[in-house]
Design a protein around this ligand. Structure first.
Ligand SMILES: NC(=O)c1ccc[n+]([C@@H]2O[C@H](COP(=O)([O-])OP(=O)(O)OC[C@H]3O[C@@H](n4cnc5c(N)ncnc54)[C@H](OP(=O)(O)O)[C@@H]3O)[C@@H](O)[C@H]2O)c1
Length: 305
């Protein structure tokens, strides 16, 4: 990619600047050198997070005014909250820090490329690279790119470049088909599988606590159970085949007792239990042979909404 200052294609290692040194930004800045990209620096809104990024990545890090060296970067990654991407992009443009020869890339799963239009109007190429992974903290994020899907978007030359970068990070690059609401639905799926899973585990842990299990035993035991279930799903490749428990067995009496006991808990978690069980029942009934018996009783117990 040509640099703005020289205007000619460079043979040097590509360079990047990462704006937003939170979880993903810090992880990316730490991982990029391993993929052959020189990190010119990171920026974070608060000085403490910039200092953390400097310590974790070894690259220059700052807060306050955006540094001039952003304009030297081939790739400028915007690793800020989705709601801030458009405004940060506009500030970069207003300050003359991005332009022709650079790629400006956001990391959001939900946003399309229009949020980067201000950069596009300067002649910069705009794109996105969404790592389908959960990054819970800045210190370990660099190790979580490998193996993840990377959803890449942008004009062909930038998409090729981002796909090559994703492969260099041991990710699997894909592009989304242009279906209505495709990007938003893709992100909704990600949120169900990540935050939704944590919310489910939180529910399971609270029920286990009410059952008198210690937090330590409940966490270890339920994590083993959940990992075993995910292993089954990975091995079998089908959700209906991986389904276990009273719904598959048609054990309506067990489900009735669950609902009675859950109804006595503070916060009454029966609505979520029922919603999940209805989904499991539909899955079980769609299996070859359906469920042995108890389907009608289960349907009555679980209701329609
Ligand atoms: N976390 C994930 O699992 C994950 C996965 C895939 C993609 N993503 C995407 O990655 C991007 C970054 O997410 P993240 O989880 O890394 O966020 P994060 O940990 O909250 O970090 C956000 C960064 O942006 C800065 N920032 C916050 N508000 C800002 C504002 N209004 N203007 C300028 N900078 C601001 C923060 O600065 P200070 O902290 O210094 O205030 C911090 O450096 C998002 O687009 C997100 O959708 C996240």
């Amino acid at each position: 990619m040509a640099r703005r200052s020289g205007g000619a294609a460079t043979q040097d290692a590509p360079s990047a600047f990462v704006i937003g040194a939170g979880r993903v930004g810090t992880g990316l800045a730490k991982a990029l050198p391993g993929a052959g990209v020189t990190v010119l620096g990171t920026w974070s809104r608060t000085p403490g997070h910039a200092a953390r990024a400097r310590r974790l990545t070894g690259a220059p890090a700052s807060s306050g005014r955006f540094p001039d060296r952003i304009s030297d970067a081939d790739l400028v990654f915007l690793a800020v909250p989705d709601d801030a991407v458009e405004a940060v992009c506009r500030t970069l443009v207003d300050e003359g820090l991005v332009g022709r020869g650079q790629g400006v890339i956001h990391l959001s799963g939900c946003l399309d490329l229009h949020v980067l239009d201000a950069a596009g109007a300067t002649g910069a190429m705009t794109g996105s690279l969404h790592p389908l992974q959960a990054f819970a903290d800045a210190a370990t994020a660099h190790a979580r790119f490998a193996g993840a899907l990377a959803v890449v978007d942008g004009p062909p030359s930038l998409s090729r470049r981002l796909s090559a970068l994703a492969r260099a990070l041991s990710m699997r690059p894909v592009t989304l088909k242009p279906v209505p609401d495709g990007r938003v639905l893709y992100h909704a799926a990600a949120v169900v599988a990540a935050g939704g899973l944590v919310a489910l585990m939180d529910l399971a842990l609270s029920i286990a606590a009410a059952a008198g299990l210690s937090r330590k035993d409940a966490l270890a035991g339920l994590l083993t159970l959940a990992r075993g279930t995910l292993d089954n799903l990975e091995r079998l490749g089908r959700t209906d085949a991986a389904l276990t428990g009273p719904i598959v067995r048609g054990d309506a009496a067990v489900v009735r007792r669950h609902l009675q006991a859950l109804g006595r808990l503070p916060g009454d978690p029966r609505a979520l239990y029922r919603a999940l069980a209805r989904r499991a029942l539909a899955l079980a009934q769609a299996r070859p042979g359906g469920i042995a018996a108890g389907g009608d009783r289960l349907r009555r117990l679980l209701g329609s909404r």
